[in-house]
Design a protein around this ligand. Sequence first.
Ligand SMILES: [Zn+2]
Length: 122
Amino acid sequence: MEVEICRMCGGDGRIGNALGGSSATCPSCHGSGRRAEASYGFRDVTKTKPSHHRPAVAISTGPKGPTTAEGTQLAAEVSASAVLTADAKARLLAEIVNHESTHGRCTKTFVKKVRKQARLGK
Ligand SMILES: [Zn+2]
């Protein structure tokens, strides 16, 4: 690899004083004899890669389950129901989750309605 030689001193790292015979350390290369630009130029700053694509934690929008205390309780009652079919339970559970998502909680009338179905079937 070719090293660029300091142009000011010619590569010996020293420059002669114009007035006398004494030489001083080259102010350009600080005595190394190499061009300062060559030693630490061309740093590639464009190489910064975009950080790994890390998608934000996906928020599932699908029905998962009730999030409120009333909803959880209601879901438990529905699941424990002896009169409801598996289909009816699934439908009611979905209804609870849906109700929660639209109302933010389970309203009393909704709880009543679901409880009634859980106890009596239709
Ligand atoms: Zn020099």
